[in-house]
Write a protein that binds this ligand. Structure first.
Ligand code: FUC
Length: 834
């Protein structure tokens, strides 16, 4: 840990959190807590990854007023006739109400009182001396002074081995703790609160609602159902304290200088885990990590902490980015540091945010758990923003963009499991019942149960509800995971999902002409969530052949072929694979509009909102690779033009996407401009869509959405290393492809390339000064190093010479930059100006 500096790995503050977005999060992909760092009474917001409303009705189209292929034919006929209003009305009939919500489970107060005070007088405290979140250890700490008990130190972590939340309190003189658990959810009947075996446990059982409408559906009502509803459980124990007792709804400890509390959480019949052990057993398993009487509290704390830190650091420590931090910047409380960076450049803040994004993903998404929600594993609201669920037209995907490039491949697994479940269950049911299609489908929203139908309760705008390519995009993650890990077993397990996505595509895409396809098109088609001006003068979304449809479907065909080759797929698969390739080739190619921009829809249409936050038509540039300055320079220029036309300003996740898009264009200064907008202080006072950072570094849409954080990490990685290009069958490593002038010196270690190579690169005065490569298997790669950053506003033409480097399994290759690599200065072409 010693070599990971606090300047770019620690958040800190000298005041308690008054708002949730000031508090520090810990999590292990199964449960999480957000710690306020309040002196006297610490406050923890507690979440369990399986605490979702539901279960949903068994009919995945429950609530839709129309279904079936004949209805789809009517929609298509309306689109073909140019009657977009009729198409919208017909589509609305197919909408289910909404997906279910990720719930806030509990809030815990831990009151500290000196031993002789028996906890009866309110604590007299002197404010917070310091609270911090150390990303390297995954431990949130706060330190304050009590006039009698002296210095008190609280530590919170979520056991990285998948166990309980741990809250340790140490004081200079003995203190007693009083622990209370509250919840926004309805208290369950007493017989729903099992008493786990072992030491005295404070158990709180809550009813999980069966249905939670999103906050933007005022007509909906939160509903509990005693028969169908599930139960959420929280158990708090002080395992090393024989004097701890539960009375009057509180856990009271004895007097000691060190206390260790374990907080176990579980829900009954958890989504995604049919056959899971009973919730009480799962609670007990988390608490069993600390057998009572084995240790005193100090030994217990040390043992649990050491095991947690070792496992957390094993994953977290794989990547480190070092960018210069101005003197004193890291000493400022992080919230002040964010404000100060507006006046004095602080590249180290970008490094801190980059690391923080990795921290949030590994805290929110671990093997065996569910995918990260819009707020990761944390949510204090009922309901959370957009139900704190899954949005599939950008947000869920973006949350996982950094998994491959920043060494968090195992964090991708919950998403891949989710894709497999969707494909095998609700996604297939909805494809069949709604469209008469094979394979599986997903639309705009989903939840832990795999909601696959479109939502909107018959009134949802087609701009978001009618998009049927959620599964097509998610399938891409199966392929990307394999590109980074080479994990054939994972690919084989996900092959049915990939094939199912291909089968759906074959049924979804419309074709004309047998044999030689004359034409293929998608209908109804939307470009999430943008709208054009329809002939009646009002905005509309439904059309044909949105650029995103074509990019996703072609990437799907490529991915299916790549997976089939990797797995040595059966001859039986060849007919559909070949047909899919033929069909997507017959879709219209991306085209350039009259302003030099990449067309968003199948033909040039006036945008209803020219600065719309979504960049759906640029998906081929990033995260896909069909638009590229090398292979499609004209389209890459058009993509740059589209980005300019959209403007610089947007929501947190949209800024993050632009970082990666500009990086793929080789425009480091443009990417950096978006980094700076992402790192300014969040301002959610006026309801504008303007990204930035809250005091705890959570990214603002506003409100907080984790995609802005995780997308920033992916975007910064893309500025430093790209590996989507291939040459002669070899992966090409583009080192420092979009280095901004603002980061003349720096170093990154442990970035991952497709094909599995690990890359360290250091640079001085804007030029690479050291490159180290490692690979898990023997392979040759092409290496390209850019020397010197292009001027702001330019995109790099790709004529930098490449070197072929042979890597041996497990060996470290230190490149001699003067001998091994032909290097070239930037060769720039001017991006069009508005
Ligand atoms: C999509 C976006 C919104 C928001 C929501 C969760 O609908 O258009 O900006 O991110 O998802």
């Amino acid at each position: 840990m010693g070599d990971l500096p606090a300047t770019t790995h620690v958040l800190h503050d000298d005041r308690s959190a008054t708002r949730w977005v000031e508090a520090y999060p810990v999590g292990n992909g199964h449960r999480g807590a957000v710690c306020a760092g309040r002196a006297g009474v610490e406050h923890l917001w507690v979440n369990d990854g399986t605490a979702w409303s539901g279960p949903p009705p068994t009919d995945p189209l429950a609530g839709a007023r129309a279904r079936g292929p004949a209805h789809l034919d009517r929609v298509r006929a309306a689109v073909a006739a140019g009657d977009v209003r009729a198409a919208e009305a017909l589509l609305a009939e197919t909408q289910t109400p909404w997906a279910q919500a990720y719930l806030p489970l509990a809030e815990i107060d831990v009151e500290v009182a000196p031993a002789d005070d028996a906890g009866t007088t309110p604590p007299r405290v002197r404010g917070v001396a310091r609270r911090e979140l150390d990303l390297r250890t995954g431990v949130a700490t706060h330190t304050w002074r009590h006039p009698v008990a002296g210095v008190v130190v609280h530590e919170s972590w979520a056991d990285a081995g998948g166990g309980a939340l741990v809250h340790a309190v140490r004081a200079e003189r003995p203190v007693r703790l009083t622990v209370r658990v509250e919840s926004l959810l309805r208290a369950a009947a007493p017989d729903h609160a099992p008493e786990p075996a072992g030491p005295a446990a404070l158990v709180r059982a809550v009813d999980l609602p069966v249905d939670v409408p999103p906050s933007h559906h005022p007509e909906g009502e939160l509903r509990y159902d005693a028969d169908r509803g599930r139960t959420g459980l929280v158990a708090v124990v002080a395992p090393a304290d024989p004097g701890a007792a539960v009375a009057d709804g509180a856990l009271r400890t004895g007097a000691a200088r060190t206390h260790v509390l374990l907080v176990a959480t579980a829900t009954t019949d958890p989504p995604g885990e049919p056959g899971a052990a009973p919730a009480a057993e799962r609670l007990a398993a988390q608490l069993a990590a600390a057998p009572p009487a084995q240790d005193d509290a100090d030994a217990l704390r040390e043992r649990l902490r050491a095991a947690h830190v070792a496992e957390h650091a094993r994953v977290y420590g794989r990547v480190h980015l070092d960018l210069p931090t101005p003197a004193g910047a890291a000493d400022l409380p992080t919230a002040r540091r964010i404000r100060a960076a507006a006046d004095r450049p602080d590249p180290g803040l970008a490094a801190l945010a980059f690391h923080h994004g990795r921290y949030l993903l590994l805290s929110s998404s671990r093997p065996g758990g569910l995918p990260a929600t819009l707020q990761g594993i944390w949510n204090p609201w009922l309901p959370g923003p957009w139900s704190s669920a899954y949005t599939l037209n950008i947000n869920l995907q973006m949350a996982y963009w950094a998994a491959g490039t920043t060494g968090l491949a195992e964090c991708h697994e919950p998403l891949l499991d989710f894709v497999r479940r969707l494909a095998a269950g609700p996604g297939a049911d909805v494809a069949r019942e709604l469209y008469g299609a094979a394979g599986w489908v997903a639309h705009h929203n989903s939840d832990a149960w795999g909601h696959a139908a479109s939502v909107g309760h018959g009134r949802g705008d087609a701009q978001w509800s009618a998009w049927a390519l959620g599964g097509t995009w998610l399938a891409q993650h199966v392929v990307e995971h394999h590109r980074f890990t080479g994990d054939d077993a994972a690919l084989r397990a996900a092959w049915p999902a990939l094939r199912g996505a291909g089968e759906f595509a074959l049924d979804w895409v419309q074709t004309a002409g047998d044999g030689d396809l004359a034409r293929a098109w998608t209908s109804p088609s939307t470009s999430p969530e943008n709208r054009y001006v329809a002939p009646d003068g009002d905005p509309a979304a439904v059309t044909t052949n949105a650029a995103m449809d074509v990019a996703l479907l072609r990437a799907l065909a490529d991915g299916c072929r790549e997976a089939a080759v990797a797995l040595g797929a059966d001859d039986a698969d060849e007919p559909w694979l070949a047909r899919l390739e033929q069909v997507v080739a017959a879709l219209p190619d991306p085209a350039v509009g009259s302003r030099g921009e990449l067309l968003e829809w199948g033909r040039e249409l006036a945008e209803a909102e020219p600065e719309h936050r979504h960049l759906s038509h640029l998906v081929g540039l990033y995260p896909l690779d069909s638009l590229d300055p090398t292979t499609t320079p004209d389209l890459a220029r058009a993509a740059a033009r589209s980005l300019e036309l959209r403007g610089r300003e947007s929501t947190g996740w949209s800024l993050a996407w632009r970082i990666a898009l500009w990086a793929r264009l080789g425009a480091g200064d443009r990417a950096h401009d978006q980094v700076l907008l992402s790192l300014r202080p969040a301002d959610d006072s006026d309801g504008r869509h303007r990204g930035g950072l809250y005091p705890n570094l959570f990214s603002a849409h506003p409100p907080f959405q984790i995609d802005g954080n995780l997308g920033l990490t992916a975007g910064v990685a893309e500025m430093l290393l790209q590996s989507h290009r291939r040459a002669d069958g070899r992966v090409r490593l583009d080192l420092l492809p979009a280095l901004p002038a603002a980061w003349p010196d720096g170093e990154v270690t442990g970035l991952r390339a497709r094909g599995g190579a690990e890359v360290d690169v250091a640079w001085r005065d804007g030029a690479a000064s050291a490159v180290v490569l490692r690979a898990p298997a023997d392979r040759a790669v092409e290496v390209v190093v850019r020397q010197g950053a292009p001027a702001a506003g330019d995109t790099v033409a790709d004529d930098t010479p490449a070197a072929v480097v042979a890597l041996a399994a497990g060996a470290t290759v230190i490149l001699d930059l003067t001998r091994d690599l032909p290097v070239a200065g930037p060769s720039v072409s001017h991006a069009p100006r508005s």
